[in-house]
Design a protein around this ligand. Structure first.
Ligand code: AGP
Length: 559
């Protein structure tokens, strides 16, 4: 497609250029938003991977300086900011990049070319991945190793807030003060397939580890200067005060996020929340009112049942909001408003980072609803936002328990049935843990509201049955422990999953996993991590195709 478009005889000849298959965050996938972007006089041209958080403020400044804009991207703003500083100070490309880095907030892997410096590419990096490769007479820049592995195996890892000048076969590095710095050259021994997964054996494990960054980017897209702003998703103060009920609808893991959202929003904002599976919602003739809001959660934005539920809501004249990961997808385009999760491309069929960013989106909505409806005071609002900003680092800490979980998983890889128990928000987590287990290890598993066990299912518990109990909610902790004792009395083998501090769990559970503590409304983001790892390791132990489990598709675009 691109090759056909550019190979029509008009293509420019040359040995130096930049290109980017962008993962859209600002501005949907379209020709006008495609990279590279350039200054008005083509003096500076470039590509960027990442998110410029203050691009709106910069754009307004550039317009005041006489710049015009043709796209909706933050990248165009970034390129024109570089051009502005290049022209204003006339100190060359590195100085223009340094001044831009000081002014810009967000994440970027930026590669630019200047008309006055042919045959050279200039780079700047903050948070977004970037590597630079060199070989005989050639140099390359990319987000990660697989993109250039067929051309060169000697790479530099450029650091945060560092810059580089690439020319034929050479790369020179600079710090933000513009001083030249030396970087070690690394020889890549990976093969292309291994490298594409960033060194992880499977995309799922790579994506599990991307969760801290994905959640940080998603939260950061709406938290500015200590306050949440969801106006871009249509959730203004007035809307949040006026809405009388929310309907959360989705499928699969996204449905489990809806379940969590119900507990969190009803507790924090005291607003009624109904939750439906899309495949049920679309046929049950739901009774909706125009002063309600239907929220459709979907990673792909293409799930047929979710799209149908959206259309049912719109047919009834009810406002709709899509929480979607793929920019420009059908649900994103058809919903009245959209909130984009910033998980980035999710390759593994079993969702992990997208699920976590959907949870993050629901936290933002819940906290902002509570503020708008004055069910929390400004002190609690600030405290909740502080907890959200600390969440990515706690997710990263929850990842550290891998070895113990791998040991436990290998011990139980042969089981035939697993039960996941939880109460309240932990029940929503149990649903997700059970689905992760089912869909990638093919072991039959069920999630139960722990209080429901005695109404039939407990008859299935026998000697050695694996029961995973999630107990992070202090108000329900003792009841959960009682349920665990009931299971143990019938021979069940208990894994307890709780937050640090609930050390009495070890008196009842046979194997205990602790996750860091955060505000209990946000504990699902931490409790889910060991369950994702458990599913992964058991699937591995059973020699299954973790990334592409049998009978499943990444997006179910048919009924
Ligand atoms: C979860 O691991 C599965 N891949 C599946 O349940 C998925 O969550 C569901 O199909 C919904 O997909 P969507 O988020 O793209 O709409």
């Amino acid at each position: 497609m691109l090759e056909e478009k550019t190979n029509d005889g008009r293509a420019l000849k040359g040995e130096c250029g930049v290109g980017h298959t962008r993962w859209a965050t600002h501005g949907e996938p379209s020709e006008v938003n495609a990279h590279p972007h350039c200054s008005d006089d083509m003096n500076v041209i470039g590509v960027h991977n990442g998110i410029i958080e203050n691009y709106q403020e910069l754009k307004e400044k550039m317009i005041r300086k006489g710049y015009s804009f043709y796209s909706q991207t933050d990248t165009e703003v970034l390129i024109k900011t570089v051009d502005y500083y290049y022209k204003k100070y006339r100190m060359g490309p590195i100085d223009a990049l340094a001044k831009t880095m000081v002014r810009v907030r967000g994440s970027y892997a930026l590669a630019v070319m200047f008309k006055d410096y042919p045959g050279e590419i200039y780079a700047a990096r903050k948070d977004s991945p970037m590597i630079i490769g060199v070989s005989e007479g050639e140099s390359y820049l990319a987000s990660d190793v697989p993109a250039i592995l067929q051309y060169c195996r000697s790479v530099y890892y450029i650091g945060n807030l560092e810059m580089a000048k690439l020319s034929a076969g050479e790369a020179v590095f600079y710090n933000i003060d513009g001083d030249e710095i030396k970087k070690p050259l690394t020889e890549i021994t990976w093969d292309a397939e291994a490298a594409e997964k960033g060194g992880y054996e499977h995309f799922m494990m790579k994506e599990i580890h991307e969760q801290p960054r994905a959640v940080r980017d998603t939260l950061g897209s709406a938290i500015h200067d200590g306050a949440i702003d969801l106006a871009a998703a249509g959730l203004t103060h007035e809307v949040m005060r006026g809405v009388t009920q929310l309907h959360f609808v989705a499928c699969g893991s996204a449905y489990h996020v809806c379940m969590a959202a119900k507990y969190i929003i009803e507790d924090l904002a005291r607003l009624p929340v109904q939750v439906d599976l899309d495949s049920e919602f679309r046929y049950r003739k739901p009774i909706l009112r125009s002063d309600e809001l239907v929220v459709i959660i979907s990673q792909s934005g293409e799930t047929a049942d979710s799209l149908a539920a959206l259309r049912e809501a719109k047919a009834q004249g009810v406002p709709t909001l899509g929480i979607v990961n793929v920019v420009g997808s059908s649900i994103a385009r058809e919903a009245d408003n959209v909130f984009y999760t910033l998980a980035g491309p999710e390759i593994a069929v079993a969702t992990t980072k997208a699920y976590s960013t959907q949870l993050a989106a629901c936290y933002l909505i819940a906290v902002q609803l509570a503020k708008a409806r004055e069910t929390i005071d400004s002190e609690r609002y600030a405290a909740l936002i502080a907890e959200l900003e600390a969440l990515p680092e706690k997710i990263a800490r929850a990842l550290e328990d891998k070895e113990r979980l791998q040991w436990f998983a290998s011990k139980y890889a042969g089981v035939h049935d697993v039960f996941f128990l939880g109460r309240g928000l932990d029940y929503a987590v149990a649903l997700e843990g059970s689905l992760k287990m089912k869909e990638i290890s093919y072991i039959h598993s069920e999630a139960y509201a722990a209080g429901e066990l005695k109404h039939g299912t407990i008859s299935l518990i026998e000697n050695g049955t694996l029961v995973i109990s999630i107990a992070t909610q202090t108000a329900l902790y003792e009841k959960m422990v009682s349920n665990m004792v009931e299971v143990k009395a019938r021979g069940g083998y208990l894994m307890g999953l709780t937050s640090s501090g609930h050390y009495s769990m070890e008196d009842t559970a046979d194997f205990t996993v602790y996750v860091p503590v955060t505000d209990e409304h946000f504990m699902a983001s931490l409790a889910v991590v060991p369950l994702q790892l458990m599913g992964y390791y058991i699937s591995m132990a059973r020699g299954l195709d973790v990334d592409k489990p049998r009978n499943l598709a990444k997006s179910v675009t048919v009924e």
